[in-house]
Write a new protein. Structure first.
Length: 59
């Protein structure tokens, strides 16, 4: 259940990142978020973080 709560919280935080108006600030926020997600032991979150990191230039 704890993994599900963490996944939900991660999703909600990612949704909030779409509200930034400046590309610079949103890029910094995504990088900060990804740096927190990468050491995660929950595979799906780590996989999503890796995918976002690969495609961050186009987001």
């Amino acid at each position: 259940a704890l993994k599900a709560v963490r996944a939900w919280a991660s999703k909600e935080l990612a949704i909030s990142l779409w509200g930034y108006a400046s590309r610079t600030w949103v890029r910094k926020a995504w990088k900060r978020r990804l740096s927190r997600a990468m050491p995660c032991r929950f595979g799906p979150i780590k996989k999503v973080a890796e995918t976002i990191k690969e495609h961050l230039w186009g987001i």
